[in-house]
Design a protein around this ligand. Structure first.
Ligand code: GLP
Length: 244
């Protein structure tokens, strides 16, 4: 779906999330959401916060799983995805803190393996993700599934692509400070979500969106695997859709 601009697109993504939450509320069920970080979803979170404050949208029945986190990373660091999520969403809504899950960047290498298995298990034991929202990196990564990721990959520790680290350099005051690794949900984890929405705004995403939507399906551009799914929707602004 192509929207005239990113504000309208973000509002529509937020509406989809809010509808899922309220539909689940009427059934007395929890909504299990997969969340993303980066600049792209900021407008979506801002709209959800507005809906909470002005329209009484409650997040009491919401359980969240974030896609990824840098490794190593302290949750209190300015660049952590914990800080990002708190500042952009969690601090402003009525979600129960015990329902928030973000990969833990403080663990030892040995502990991470077990943590990743448990992260997958927690998602499955709650009945799976109802909705996963995604941005896209310039390498074609979703979450931090960089080129070379397997379509059936699970939550794991990965090495970041050079381009991804360059794109993150500004947040870290130089590329040399960007962690080399990250923990990410796998392509397989994402695929199991009952609904997937990939968002992209601006012309700088047009080339990678063209590859993701129209390119040959290949591990070289992990987002092309989404072509194999019948429950994925790309929600774009005109800039991001301009090369299609
Ligand atoms: C980061 C995140 C991804 C995100 C991507 C794009 O690397 N791990 O989940 O989709 O960057 O970020 P942005 O939305 O800032 O362009």
């Amino acid at each position: 779906t192509v929207y005239p601009n990113q504000q309208i697109a973000a509002i529509n993504v937020a509406k989809r999330i809010a509808k899922l939450i309220t539909d689940k509320q009427t059934k007395n069920e929890q909504a299990i959401l997969g969340l993303a970080t980066g600049v792209t979803p900021i407008g979506v979170y801002a709209e959800l916060v507005r809906m909470h404050k002005e329209e009484g949208l409650s997040f009491k029945n919401v359980v969240t799983f974030n896609l990824d986190e840098y490794y190593p990373m302290q949750p209190t660091a300015a660049q952590s995805y914990v800080t990002f999520m708190n500042e952009n969403l969690f601090n402003h809504i009525d979600i129960d803190k015990k329902n928030i899950h973000i990969p833990d960047g403080t663990l030892s290498q040995a502990e991470v393996v077990q943590f990743c298995l448990e992260y997958e298990h927690k998602i499955t034991s709650l009945g799976g993700l109802d909705l996963q929202i995604l941005g896209i990196g310039r390498t074609g990564h979703i979450g931090f599934n960089e080129p070379g990721s397997a379509p059936n990959s699970g939550t794991r520790i990965v090495t970041l692509d050079d381009l991804t680290r360059s794109d993150a350099a500004r947040d870290f005051g130089g590329k040399e400070n960007v962690p080399v690794k990250a923990i990410t949900m796998g392509i397989g984890t994402i695929f199991k979500a009952r609904e997937i929405i990939l968002m992209a705004w601006n012309e700088k995403k047009a080339a990678i969106i063209k590859k993701a939507v129209e390119g040959e399906i290949s591990g070289d551009v992990p987002a092309t695997y989404l072509q194999l799914s019948d429950h994925v929707e790309f929600m774009l602004d005109e800039g991001a859709a301009s090369a299609l």
